[in-house]
Design a protein around this ligand. Structure first.
Ligand code: MN
Ligand code: MN
Length: 357
């Protein structure tokens, strides 16, 4: 047992005490919610809360009992403190109004209370994701107040409930990870100033959607799969956990690229992940760790939202790889990945690589 290590409470109070004491208090409430959720999901089948409900959420997805319970945990832990003007969640169609009995503040909390919830039935890591915005005035938030680009986030983070529970946090000054000491109940700063390696040989994508991908994504993945014999001149590994939190956590710890790109499976859904409480907080954490996050055609943090539950393509991780995929999109859109070539050289030229790194 080491005393004097930095706890999450000490860290956020030190980071916020000059001007943003309310933000520090809010983050400590979020951490309390995370501890409650960690205890709940850690019980597994013994909790009696596994399995599906009859209901579906606003995205048309089957809600699980744990989705509803973890949503309640976030609301109850965070609504009372007087820091918030409102909350928005994956599990709620409309923003949540702070009850009349409680004071109002300037912050907006957006969250996915249980990410990867279908993984909880098979005892694979799940998580919670959150994003915090700041309004210019106090009072009750309206729907439009939440529709701000990710660059305006004042803090973002996620919790991962794996073999250990961790909370990964940014207040715009680096990305830092805390590990829950289950005996003392404290989150201890174990990974200050995380840096994502710029280079990687590991990619993550759901290849069952390959037939729906756009050409730039097909090009990138085929080059990775070609390995040492292809234009990349190196062998790549593939990972797919089907849990955004677990994928991003792996990338923060050891590098890699994660893609849930735009595809033509359902033209009404330009991507699968939600901008406001999945893509934006993860993009801020990844950028603060030296990585990059793109839709393929734009920096995620610069996208102006048009809906609370809007979906968006996500390509994030090691900077050089994300930049390469973005370049393939630009070349495809400009038609320059299909230069005129004689048929004799067509196959080689299609995947020609002029800037091997
Ligand atoms: Mn999710
Ligand atoms: Mn969820």
């Amino acid at each position: 047992m080491q005393f004097g290590r930095t706890t999450l409470s000490k860290f956020v109070i030190e980071q916020t005490r000059v001007q943003h004491a309310q933000l520090g208090a809010l983050l400590i409430d979020v951490a309390a919610a995370v501890k409650t959720i960690s205890a709940l999901v850690g019980k597994g089948a013994l909790s009696g809360f596994s399995g599906a409900l009859e209901s579906t959420n606003v995205q048309g997805e089957v809600q699980k009992k744990l989705d509803v319970l973890t949503n309640e945990a976030m609301l109850r832990h965070c609504e009372w403190g007087g820091q918030l003007a409102g909350m928005a969640s994956e599990e709620m169609d409309e923003p949540y109004a702070i009850p009349a009995d409680y004071p109002r503040g300037r912050y907006l909390l957006l969250f996915d209370p249980l990410d990867g919830s279908s993984n909880s039935d098979v005892n694979v890591s799940v998580g919670s994701i959150f994003s915090i915005l700041q309004r210019s005035t106090a009072g009750d938030a309206e729907n439009a107040d939440f529709l701000r680009p990710g660059l305006e986030q004042v803090a973002a983070g996620y919790a991962i409930y794996g073999p250990s529970t961790m909370m990964v946090l940014t207040l715009g000054n680096g990305t830092h990870a805390f590990t829950l000491d289950r005996e003392s109940g404290n989150f201890i700063l174990t990974h200050p100033n995380i840096r994502i390696p710029e280079e990687t040989r590991e990619f993550a994508i759901n290849t069952s959607n390959e037939r729906f991908w756009e050409p730039p994504v097909l090009r990138y993945v085929s080059e990775c799969k070609a390995g040492r014999s292809g234009v990349r001149g190196a062998d790549f590994n593939m990972r797919w956990i089907a849990s955004l939190v677990a994928e991003v956590h792996r990338i923060l710890m050891r590098g890699g690229i994660f893609m849930y790109p735009k595809d033509n499976k359902d033209p009404a859904k330009p991507g699968r992940l939600r901008l406001l409480y999945e893509a934006n907080p993860m993009a801020m954490l990844v950028e603060q760790a030296g990585g990059a996050a793109s839709t393929g055609r734009a920096r995620i943090l610069e996208v102006m939202p048009d809906g609370l539950h809007q979906r968006i393509p996500v390509i994030l991780g090691s900077r050089h790889e994300v930049e390469r995929v973005a370049r393939y999109h630009a070349e495809y859109d400009a038609g320059t990945d299909r230069p005129f070539v004689s048929p004799l050289f067509a196959e080689r030229s299609l995947f020609r690589d002029e800037s091997r790194r």
